[in-house]
Design a protein around this ligand. Structure first.
Ligand code: ADE
Ligand code: ZN
Length: 340
């Protein structure tokens, strides 16, 4: 790990809290909750983390979260992630949670939201690590289920900054959730959606035009569509790219194929994130490092990625200005000069 990366002040914008469930915590929670697992031990479970596409990962991801039952479980899950993020010099996080995956198991929304929020608040008080929470809908489920979840979230509205859309992308286009997003927009939620991970560039356009999202999660398929690239660059629409995720889920065959340098050169607000770090082999520093190893990015390019994340986040303007200063100060300490 280079010191430039480990000491770089970072912002994470694409993180599924259920995707931070490490095998050690799976076993600890299974024991606490009296659940019998199909795996002998942690290393047997970790050995099952071999994926050939998004769906093969999702099957393991939804199975893993069965151990999450109580408010304390959600606190412990979130706290473990925040400890790791703080160690990676992450200053601000915007995290997804998948309420439908818990409601379906009889776990009430209060346990989920209150456990997560209690950990986020503790990290803010203890380290000044700030956060936003994004409620994500499962796109393989129906529009009615998403609508019902939006209704169930009303008592927790003050804790929720935005809504997102995740799970199996192919065959579940953004258009399926046009009315849900219109409702959420009317309720003042900020809007993001996964698009262009396994799905085509047209899903990115639909997320922008029909769902009216302000940020695209993944979005790497944009590289296949020159007019879309120009639009993303011109409007500075952020893409939350996840290098180790794309590699593990075989969106790319090797890291050198990830189009981060091209996106940067085109002026797109591309950012680096960890997605589901317990399953994909690393948290924020590991993602920056894997990218650096695969693409031999310059320190100036890494600095630009960190600045993009600050630009793309939902902090207030003064908070953003403070973080931007911290990133520039880091660059100055290394004599890094940004491209004009
Ligand atoms: N849920 C958790 N991680 C995801 C990903 N990378 N894509 C779609 N849905 C997800
Ligand atoms: Zn994701």
């Amino acid at each position: 790990m280079t010191h430039f990366i480990s000491a770089l002040p970072k912002v994470e914008l694409h993180l599924h809290i259920e995707g931070t469930l490490e095998p050690e915590l799976v076993f600890a929670l299974a024991k606490r909750n009296g659940i019998t697992l199909n795996y002998l031990d942690e290393s047997a479970l970790r050995a099952a983390y071999q994926f050939h596409d998004l769906q093969s990962f999702l099957d393991v991801y939804y199975a893993g979260m069965q151990v999450l039952l109580t408010e304390q479980d959600f606190f412990d899950l979130t706290w473990a992630y925040l400890v790791r993020s703080h160690a990676d010099n992450v200053r601000h996080v915007e995290i997804f949670f998948d309420p439908q995956a818990h409601l379906a198991r009889g776990v009430p929304m209060t346990f989920v939201v209150e456990g997560i929020v209690r950990a986020l608040e503790q990290a803010r008080q203890q380290w000044g690590l700030t956060s936003r929470l994004i409620m994500s809908f499962l796109r393989h489920l129906t529009e009615e289920s998403a609508m019902e979840t939006l209704r169930l979230a009303e008592p927790f509205r003050s804790h929720l900054s935005g809504i997102g859309l995740d799970s199996a992308e192919k065959g579940n286009p953004p258009t399926k959730f046009a009315r849900v997003y219109a409702q959420a927009r009317a309720q003042g939620y900020r809007l993001v959606a996964h698009a262009g991970e396994e799905g085509p560039a047209s899903y990115i356009r639909d997320a922008l035009d029909i769902l009216q999202v302000e940020r695209i999660d993944h979005g790497v398929a944009a590289i296949t569509d020159a007019p879309l690239m120009a639009r993303l660059a011109q409007a500075r629409i952020p893409l939350t790219v996840c290098p180790l995720s794309n590699l593990k889920l075989k969106v790319i065959d090797q890291m050198s194929e990830l189009p981060v340098r091209q996106l940067l050169a085109a002026g797109v607000c591309v950012t680096i994130n960890s997605d589901d770090p317990a399953y994909f082999g690393g948290y924020m520093n590991a993602n920056y490092q894997a990218l650096q190893d695969g693409l031999t990015l310059s320190d100036a390019e890494l600095l630009q990625l960190a600045l993009n994340s600050v630009e793309a986040c939902w902090l207030s303007p003064p908070e953003k200005a403070r973080l931007t200063q911290a990133v520039y100060a880091h660059g100055d300490a290394y004599g890094v000069v940004l491209a004009p």
